[in-house]
Ligand binder design. Sequence first.
Ligand SMILES: [Zn+2]
Length: 168
Amino acid sequence: MGILDKIKKLLPKRKEPELKNNVPKERENIRKTFGVYCNSHHDTKDGKLCPKCTALLTTVMLRIQRCPYGIGKPICDRCETPCFGENQTKEFIEIMNAGQKKMLLSHPMMAVRHKIAKIGMDYAKMQRDKKTSEKQKEKDEKVKAQIANATRSPKNSTKSKSRKKKKR
Ligand SMILES: [Zn+2]
């Protein structure tokens, strides 16, 4: 046994945080969704894809592998920094949205799981937006207060006092 191994044994084992790898399931879901979509829209059969859908799916699968978010990645059709390029992302999202309805019939469990993931992502985004808008509000209020303080000139207050005197 080398000395390094001995040292390693002495050190307390660090527990890696468990991260669920959702990528295989997502890939499967995307593949199936493309299948049902293409079969009903492009006159193909048995989950096989037309050349155009095949090309898009190939790009998507390649990019998922290199996703900068790693295995803890968000689902692709809810990603805020999609990496398929503008046009392909648009097509991809269209296919995913249209295909999910059909997926409910052919692969209900998969469709429901995907729907739940979507809702989770939407909820997280909503919470984040809420927080940032609250912070912005606080900032705005502070600026308003500062402006109000700056414009409140002492002259005004003396004027109102003198007016009061005249009335009497
Ligand atoms: Zn197709």
